[in-house]
Design a protein around this ligand. Structure first.
Ligand code: PLP
Length: 451
């Protein structure tokens, strides 16, 4: 039943039976509600708030741009903010990735990236290449093609008939696979499973392999073992499959480098960005690719077969330009790397707490997995709804975390994610750990009370 407190509202809420605190202000790592309560934003909203809340420069840049030019259509015109944004993303991106197609959400960027891969092959005369290989678990967005690429059964269950069938390969998940993340690696962790899937499907029929370079919320920030991405790159080259790195969550510095693939030296054929590239101040995403891929379209149909009213938007691009400038001028990506080490060192202490099975991640991205038995790694029963209970207990304690369920076997599995703004201080990291500890004890009590 809807909560009586929200019954008078006309908002179609994300959760229709929940009562939402009303947030009136954000500053740095904190949010404040209308009763004056303070929350530590431990997950940057949805891994989005990297520069922190309340950065006046970004708001001013957007306001100034809206005053000068609020909108022109990307089919008819170009303008300063889109040129500046594209140049900056090209400068930051690896290898020959230098063409930037701005959109709004991460799902849109993934849709456009997959369509680009398909169109590239069609216009190269390889019309038979139309299959997509993806990891499981994974998450690439909620529009139907992005959802098709995702392995998130609870989002897709209702829409199975509408989805494109992808080829699923086990994600490298050192906590849940048979090699337990140690050499000699299993097929999932070594990348061999990607090649097996492509060969089984027939390389001539495969257009693209899409994956998150470091796992996002669907895996709880799993970091593939050394050599994984090098092998995947070789496999894609060998079988002429385009490699799409979905850096919507991990890009813009979240893992301590501009992209999560950067430390590997691997250059994907297509990269998607979103979330942090405009710091949460505007919905901005991007498809980034090389001239050699775009040239095939330029020499063929002449355009990407994907059009949206709000692509290449001046005000959204100005938010991106201002955010990237702020990241650069305040050396915040370097800070994410440095504070990430502090975060992981302090989070290590959580391992001794009840139900904590694993703590993992890189930079300012961490996943904490809860299990019934840390020895056997047996997940908690779904009926306990532990991730949800913990998330509410954390909110009650004043800490915002991001929950995820179902990664262990499609149904069971409880984890929460931390991804604080890059301006987080050591004291605030201590506060996160302290509130986490308190929330965990509280959640254990609450679940116990429910038995
Ligand atoms: C890796 C990844 N790709 C794509 C998306 C979809 O982005 P959006 O929610 O902005 O559509 C997400 C969202 O969480 C994501 O984590």
């Amino acid at each position: 039943m809807p909560d009586p407190a929200t019954a008078g509202s006309h908002v179609f809420y994300r959760k229709l039976t929940r009562r939402y605190p009303r947030i009136v202000r954000g500053e740095g790592c904190y949010l404040f509600d209308d009763s004056g309560r303070r929350y530590l934003d431990g997950c940057g909203g949805a891994f989005t708030v990297n520069v922190g809340h309340g950065v006046a420069e970004i708001a001013a840049a957007m306001g100034e741009q809206a005053c000068v030019l609020g909108y022109v259509n990307g089919t008819a015109f170009t303008h300063g903010p889109v040129e500046e944004l594209a140049a900056e993303i090209a400068r930051l991106s690896p290898g020959d990735l230098e063409l930037v197609y701005p959109l709004g959400s991460g799902s849109e960027a993934v849709e456009a990236a997959l369509k680009l891969a398909r169109q590239y092959w069609v216009e190269s005369g390889r019309t038979e290449k139309n299959k997509i290989v993806t990891l499981t678990p994974s998450y690439h967005g909620n529009t139907l093609l992005a959802l098709s690429a995702s392995a998130r059964p609870h989002y897709s269950a209702l829409f199975g008939d509408w989805l494109v069938e992808g080829i699923r390969v086990r994600a490298p998940d050192g906590y849940r696979c048979e090699c337990r993340g140690r050499a000699p690696y299993c097929a999932g962790c070594s990348g061999a499973a990607v090649e097996e899937a492509i060969v089984r499907a027939g390389p001539d029929s495969v257009a693209a392999f899409i994956a998150e370079p470091v796992g996002g919320s669907s895996t709880g920030a799993t970091v593939p073992p050394p050599g994984y991405w090098e092998r995947v790159r070789q496999v894609c080259d060998r079988h002429r499959v385009l490699l799409i790195a979905d850096e919507v969550l991990t890009g813009a510095g979240r893992t301590g480098t501009w992209s999560a693939l950067e430390p590997t030296g691997i250059v994907p054929d297509i990269m998607t960005l979103g979330k942090g590239i405009a710091g949460g101040y505007a919905p901005l995403s991007a498809v980034v690719t090389s001239r050699s891929i775009a040239d095939v379209l330029a020499g063929g149909s002449g355009a990407l077969a994907h059009a949206q009213t709000f692509s290449h938007h001046p005000v959204l691009c100005s938010a991106g330009v201002a955010t990237l400038r702020y990241l650069r001028e305040h050396r915040l990506i370097e800070r994410a790397a440095q504070m990430g080490q502090v975060l992981h060192q302090r989070l290590g202490g959580l391992r001794r707490l009840p139900l904590v099975g694993d703590v993992r991640g890189r930079g300012l991205l961490a996943g904490i997995e809860f299990v019934a038995d840390p020895e056997t790694r047996e997940p908690l029963p779904r009926s306990a709804a532990f991730a949800e209970t913990f998330t509410q207990a954390a909110l009650d304690a004043g800490l915002v975390v991001w929950p995820n369920i179902g990664h262990a076997d499609g149904r069971n599995g409880d984890l929460v994610m931390l991804a604080p703004p890059f301006v987080v201080t050591e004291d605030q990291i201590d506060e996160i750990v302290e509130l986490f500890d308190r929330a965990l004890r509280d959640a254990v009590d609450r679940v116990g009370a429910m038995k």
